[in-house]
Design a protein around this ligand. Structure first.
Ligand SMILES: [Zn+2]
Length: 388
């Protein structure tokens, strides 16, 4: 066991002020420069060495601090700097009775600034108390909301930690995301033959009719407990008097089970090609694997460590298997066992987004508890995954 932490030193006013300062800096994806500069300043003030990892016109921030416990394993803490829209130049929020909420015109940005604020509060407390800990790395990513772009552009050779806590999940503090799906997106382009619809329709081949048959034949919605599909966008045709020549539609498949996913993708694409052949249209299918899934067992030692830390915060851990991805998917792909936990953010990606200040406090406490118990681990052991 490690020495008890003086948790009363968590400063509720301070974590709330940090959170408000961060949400007051709008940072939609690829516009994280202002918040990024501020975060570098704060981290350096906490004696972290910071490095800006540029890619394209954007960047991620990696910060490191050597721990005081020799031989203790390094831990990575991560959150993302960007938010979804709508954000205007000023985020509208109210703070009453322990609740900070959007006033309805914009998102709040608790996704994921609550995660950043909780990490910073935990690091500030460690700094103030001088509580012993191992090496800590902090990775703050950009453009998470644009398909995990920031995380996809990190040079992972720069990261020493083999385990990460990702503060980027919604719901009350205490939720642990054990699994997230593999995600495949696709674009199908159906090409028929144009003709005048009134004079000689028999010379045309209608791409909309063929595409409609394809869309209605391939699986959609919830396939099973761990698998989903969606056709999300469709464009096609040009005028009522022209037999349409082209339809383009975009869709996706997700599954916690990679074998199920591969089967469903293959079946859907075969079905589409067969229907295209029967309807004498051409079809091209482009697919992209957005990220790989992960699926950890509750008994995994790192999960156990997180659960014990949650319990020490007087919260009952709740385990979920998510239908959505996060930076953790990318980190796991790069051999860093990464677990998203909830920060207390509620209704993210809506203009009803809110967070209870009690959750900001509990989230900070949980980060400290995880750092403290992690620091008690004396040596780095290789991640025991993937576990399916
Ligand atoms: Zn997020």
């Amino acid at each position: 066991m490690y020495p008890p932490i003086n948790t009363s030193i968590i400063n509720e006013r301070r974590v709330i002020e940090t959170f408000k300062e961060l949400i007051e800096m709008p940072s939609p994806s690829y516009q994280e420069h202002e918040i990024g500069r501020r975060l570098v300043e704060i981290l350096q003030g906490l004696s972290f060495e910071t490095e800006t990892l540029d890619y394209g016109d954007s960047f991620n921030i990696l910060a490191r601090k050597r721990g005081s416990i020799e031989g203790a394993a390094s831990l990575l803490l991560s959150a993302h700097m960007d938010t979804v829209q709508p954000t205007t130049t000023a985020i509208g929020y109210s703070h009453h009775n322990g609740l900070i909420s959007s006033t309805g015109e914009t998102i709040l940005g608790a996704d994921d600034k609550s995660g950043i604020a909780e990490i910073l509060e935990a690091l500030t407390v460690l700094n103030e108390t001088g509580h012993p800990h191992g090496d800590i790395e902090v990775l703050l990513t950009s453009a998470e909301e644009k398909g995990l772009q920031g995380a996809k552009h990190v040079d992972y050779d720069k990261i020493k930690s083999r385990y990460a806590l990702v503060l980027d999940s919604s719901g009350k503090v205490g939720r642990v995301v054990l699994a997230a799906p593999t995600h495949v997106t696709y674009r199908m382009t159906v090409t028929g033959r144009a003709a005048h619809a009134g004079i000689e329709p028999e010379k045309g081949t209608n791409a909309i009719v063929a595409a409609a048959k394809i869309v209605s034949a391939i699986v959609d919605g919830r396939i099973n407990a761990e698998t989903t599909a969606n056709v999300g966008v469709i464009h096609g045709g040009s005028a009522t008097n022209i037999v349409p020549v082209e339809v383009v539609f975009d869709g996706e498949f997700r599954s916690l089970n990679p074998d199920t996913l591969n089967k469903i993708v293959d079946t859907a694409f075969d079905t589409a090609r067969n229907i295209a052949r029967k309807n004498q249209v051409k079809i091209t299918i482009q697919q992209q694997r957005q990220y790989e899934g992960y699926n950890f067992d509750q008994a995994n030692p790192f999960i156990q460590l997180i659960s014990d830390s949650i319990a020490r915060c007087q919260i009952a851990p709740v385990y979920i298997r998510s239908g959505g991805g996060s930076d953790a998917n990318i980190f796991n792909q790069h051999g860093i066992m990464s677990i998203p936990i909830s920060t207390g953010m509620q209704k993210p990606h809506t203009t009803e987004e809110h967070i209870y200040t009690a959750d900001l406090l509990k989230g900070s406490l949980l980060v400290i508890e995880v750092i403290a118990s992690w620091s008690a681990k004396k040596a780095e052991s290789p991640p025991s995954f993937p576990i399916r």
